[in-house]
Design a protein around this ligand. Sequence first.
Ligand code: CS2
Length: 487
Amino acid sequence: MTDRLSAATLDRLSATVARPGYDRAGLTLGIVHLGIGAFHRAHQAVYTDSLLAEDPGWAIAGVSLRSPGTRDALAPQDGLYTVATRSAAGDAFRVVGAIPKLLVATEDPGAVLELMAAPTTRIVSLTVTEKGYCHLPATGTLDEAHPDILHDLAHPATPRTAIGFLVEALDRRRLTGVAPFTALSCDNLPANGKTLARVAIRFAELRSPELGAWVAAKVAFPSTMVDRIVPATTDADRAFVEGATGLTDAWPIVTEAFTQWVIEDHFPGGRPAWEKAGATMAADVTPFELVKLRLLNASHSSLAYLGYLAGHETVSDAMEAPGFSALVEGLMEEITPTLPALPGFDLTAYKAELRERFRNPALRHRLYQIAMDGSQKLPQRMLGAVRELIAAGRPFPHLALGVAAWMRYAAGFDEAGAEIVVQDPLAGVFRERLGAARDAGAIHEAALSLREVFGEDLPASDVFVTATRAVLDKLMAEGAGKVVASF
Ligand code: CS2
């Protein structure tokens, strides 16, 4: 039997595996991270890991807001885990030690708040996915009727949401005269720092006007653009990592070699020198985020719905199927006029590189994983660009196809009539409004009634309604594979 990865077995790792080059006993927790999923462990934690030898004050306490899975897997490993990168250039393995402490918020919210309120904590970062912001996707404002938000307003000491934790910890710092931490959103939202600030300040105001004013005046919410494709870990990945490293890891990560992090440089309480680990510090991140969301993520979502409906399993499988690669290229060209100028940035090379990344056959990135939470993702990935193209009088056939494919998918049955288990906060509402109907007209109407997604303007736009309906009719009549192949 192979030994389990842990502090005691590190020296048994295969010689080619990179490992922490610092004394883990000498680390201080400077960052609390909310949402300790695979993405954070493959991205921000890796950048930070590279800096701990030089600056041991920035170790990360990882918090799961709900499931104990990550803590249960990593605690017996002393928080150590393997990141395997796979690309055409070959495979590489690295054991990361940046997360020596793991907590589960549902088990002990008090311990999480205590750590967040500690003076040694100078940054609280987040990867809680789009829905974790408890905002209305169409407007980006706090959903004040959200059951968890109502809970957190009523029970500040035992919050459920990232927003509830942030604001309560900030309040404790305020009341004890400790400077606020910097709140760092690392989720795929446009102007993610501004979005976080908007919902946190509103939540704080609802707690008390003084707290709202203090958060607005004192807390920094820098924006970031994060990019790395991180498929959910499978048993095959576990076996692959064990074979290559010589140790068993209950939750390794298999990802691509590519990684990018652009960070707005606004950290009044200090920060790790992430630029030394390859991050880009910038005065304004918004253009980078918009380019990434509208090119990478919009393509991903289109591939997810169309590819899934056409019977493909992964992104690279879909990219090999007739018409899909051309579709992605056409989508990118259609969206390009809506992108902000990025002087010195080679957009053509960026788009080509994205398509190469999608084709990476070593990553088994399941379309179903990307298809999750579409109601939260569509507004920033596609609908913003749709609005701008409509305003400019330009056609948007590729975006209309992507949006219609989401409607078709979210209706909850596949092209053979079998149920699709749609994971989405609005899935229940959609199904309720759709009822037993199975035709394009009913699906279109039920989808457009989701004003949280489409706002008031798009359902009132003839151009939008006509374009999405026409292509939804085609999807229903011909099936996604055929529509894409002949698009
Ligand atoms: C994906 C992203 O699951 C999804 O919705 O589009 O997680 C994507 O892989 C990352 O944003 C890449 O940086």
